[in-house]
Design a protein around this ligand. Structure first.
Ligand SMILES: [Zn+2]
Length: 375
């Protein structure tokens, strides 16, 4: 990964480059950014820059052997640590290689990788995530060796939130006084969930989400056949999460819109028979698709609410959506919208926690019928 491939964050990239030039690189740095932000990509670009043989003013050269192996994530001085399934905390060499190969492949395809994508690829869930003491021990052992190519050995810990407390304890001393030329880059999403003992030993960098403009530009560059309206719409819905933007492209936004508009009409007219039929269909969808529907419904409801205040974001999206939201906005009050948003958030919460989707969907729909019926 190179700085030039990451949109936005110009001041921060320059600050990292200046730090590399001064030879006063903080030995433990915490890159905290929301899911789908540039946190991991920036850390990897920084690692690439640190070890580049002929770094340029704003970017690594991209041509030297170090840059080439960093691009493949196979650089011998780049040590990657990331959450694995708890039960595989005691792992054999083969499963360890499988983890690393899958992680590298996913990251090469998408340097804005999210935990959801990682656990989905490895078929485990969030509760089973852990960075074990054994994992940390292995890394500390490798740090006793000097850099192979150098000048730095870079340990990139993705999601230090998942460090088991015994792993964190094992790491503390090395984190505080690492061997010479060792840099720890800890990349997380929620600094509050990083153990304070780890947090307090690192220099903090807050990585903001991507701007809508940056996401839109990335989508235009990556999907030349995608129309400008759709790029704008997805950039708006992604809310700074680039991975989410790519996911949204993969799904049919049109499908969500059709589903949402039919559902709202049924709630508005109190058509329980159709809602029961929809609940049957909803029940058969995967949890990810169900969650995406709620996310979309939430975005549409929020956009309608913003429209009530003549917020310019209301103008974004496909013409059909804008037309629908305008009509919807005329038939619903601000208070009703707030209550609808609350119901949608609750439904999302329950589905995410494996609530029965049919019950959740029907309960939410009945609540919304009542909201529409209220004055
Ligand atoms: Zn280079």
């Amino acid at each position: 990964m190179q700085f030039a491939k990451i949109p936005d964050h110009y001041a921060f990239k320059n600050a990292l480059i200046r730090m590399a030039a001064t030879d006063k690189v903080a030995h433990a740095q915490l890159f905290i950014g929301p899911t789908g932000s540039a946190n991991l990509a920036l850390a990897l670009a920084f690692a690439t820059y640190l070890n580049c043989r002929s770094p340029k003013q704003t970017n690594a050269c991209g041509n030297c052997f170090s840059c080439a192996s960093m691009e493949q994530l196979t650089h011998p001085d780049l040590l990657l640590i990331f959450p694995k399934k708890t039960s595989s905390a005691i792992f054999d060499a083969q499963s360890d290689r499988n983890y690393l190969d899958t992680f590298r492949n996913l990251l090469k395809k998408n340097p804005f990788l999210t935990l959801e994508e990682w656990i989905s690829a490895m078929h485990f869930d969030r509760k089973q995530c852990q960075i074990s003491k054994k994992e940390v021990g292995k890394i500390i052992e490798q740090l006793s060796l000097k850099p192979f190519m150098g000048p730095y050995k870079v340990v990139c810990i993705w999601l230090p939130e998942y460090l088991h407390h015994t792993a964190a304890n094992a790491l503390l001393k090395t984190l505080e006084e690492p061997p010479p030329s060792t840099v720890f880059l800890l990349v997380g999403s929620n600094s509050e969930k990083v153990l304070p003992t780890i947090r307090s030993r690192a220099q903090h960098h807050a990585i903001p989400p991507f701007s809508e403009e940056a996401i839109e530009q990335m989508l235009r560059n990556s999907y030349s056949d995608l129309d400008a309206h759709r790029c704008k719409e997805i950039a708006f819905l992604a809310q700074g999460n680039l991975s989410k933007a790519f996911q949204l492209i993969e799904q049919s936004v049109r499908e969500n819109f059709d589903y949402f508009s039919q559902w709202i009409r049924c709630c508005y007219s109190g058509n329980l028979i159709k809602l029961v039929a929809q609940a049957e269909v909803f029940y058969k969808l995967s949890i990810e698709v169900q969650k995406n529907f709620f996310t979309y419904a939430l975005q549409m409801s929020r956009a309608t609410l913003l429209g009530k205040f003549n917020h310019p974001l209301f103008q974004l999206g496909l013409p059909a959506e804008a037309t629908f939201l305008k009509k919807f906005g005329l038939n619903v009050s601000i208070n009703q919208l707030k209550e609808i948003i609350t119901q949608l958030m609750q439904a999302y919460y329950y589905v995410e926690r494996n609530g029965n989707p049919k019950m959740v969907y029907l309960h939410m729909s009945i609540q919304i019928i009542n909201i529409f019926a209220s004055i």
